[in-house]
Write a protein that binds this ligand. Structure first.
Ligand code: NDP
Length: 236
């Protein structure tokens, strides 16, 4: 039985992270979410943390360990965008996005590995994006941070695979959340035309794949990039 394992999802107060946490709760896992603001779903423990701040993550992990036990499944989901064309992109916009999406994943995975190595079991799931490999005008910072997660998961697989720890990437396409709602209507319509399945995905469709990767059914998968993008990124 794996269903009582302890899961931590970063950014579990809204969007994809919240849907992932809800899915794990419904499958019987012991679930914690980090949130800077708001609360995670019912049935999950909410702890305060900012992924750009290692001390806040350390305190959040300590609280989860005390209340639920060692984190066995980590979903590094928290992420931001600061879109603008390259020539207008400031170093601050670049550093903020890379520091949250890639740096935040580094900080949270590093803290989670302590317990996973001791337990000789762990599932690390990094939420990337189709644009990491596909590219996207106006998203040099975001796409760079997301493609880097592939090298991250594959390197971790080589370092820690033999210790029972798998590391995989989920690469969503366009999913209906606050992040995509910010896009202008014309851009949204253009993207919709390019998606072979003809529609945006739901956060729940990402949650299902994430929960499957954490399950025993996926025990021999590591270093993989699993697209959840309606075919948008095919061949990339
Ligand atoms: P949302 O903007 O809806 O939610 C982002 C979440 O990340 C929020 O919970 C937010 O917390 C949290 N977060 C942001 N910065 C930090 C930080 N410094 N410390 C802690 N938490 C933080 O985004 P989505 O749900 O759409 O996206 C979730 C993940 O999925 C992201 O990594 C995103 O890049 C990725 N993704 C999304 C796609 C989409 O189409 N929506 C497509 C591909 C990938 P708070 O509420 O406090 O701001």
């Amino acid at each position: 039985m794996t269903t009582d394992r302890v899961v931590l999802v970063t950014g579990g107060n809204r969007g994809i992270g919240r849907a992932i946490a809800e899915r794990f709760v419904s499958e019987g896992y012991r679930v914690a979410v980090t949130a800077r603001s708001g609360e995670g779903p019912e049935g999950a423990l909410t702890v305060r943390a900012d992924v750009t701040d290692s001390a806040s993550l350390d305190a959040a992990f300590t609280e989860v360990e005390e209340k639920l036990g060692n984190v066995e499944i980590l979903v590094a989901n928290a992420g931001i965008t600061k879109d603008t064309l390259m020539l207008r992109m400031s170093e601050e916009d670049f550093d903020a996005v890379v520091g949250t999406n890639l740096g935040g994943s580094f900080r949270v995975v590093k803290r989670a590995l302590k317990g996973m190595i001791r337990a000789r079991f762990g599932r690390v799931i990094l939420i990337s994006s189709v644009v990491g490999l596909y590219g996207s005008a106006g998203q040099v910072n975001y796409a760079s941070s997301k493609s880097a997660l592939v090298g991250f998961a594959r390197s971790l697989t080589r370092e820690l695979g033999a210790r029972g720890i798998t590391s995989n990437v989920v690469a969503p396409g366009f999913i209906e959340t606050d992040m995509t709602a910010e896009l202008p209507e014309e851009t949204q319509a253009e993207y919709r035309k390019a998606i072979p399945l003809g529609r945006y995905g739901s956060a729940d469709e990402v949650a299902g794949v994430t929960a499957w990767l954490a399950s025993d059914a996926a025990s021999y998968i590591s270093g993989a990039v699993i697209p959840v993008d309606g075919g948008l990124g095919m061949g990339h």
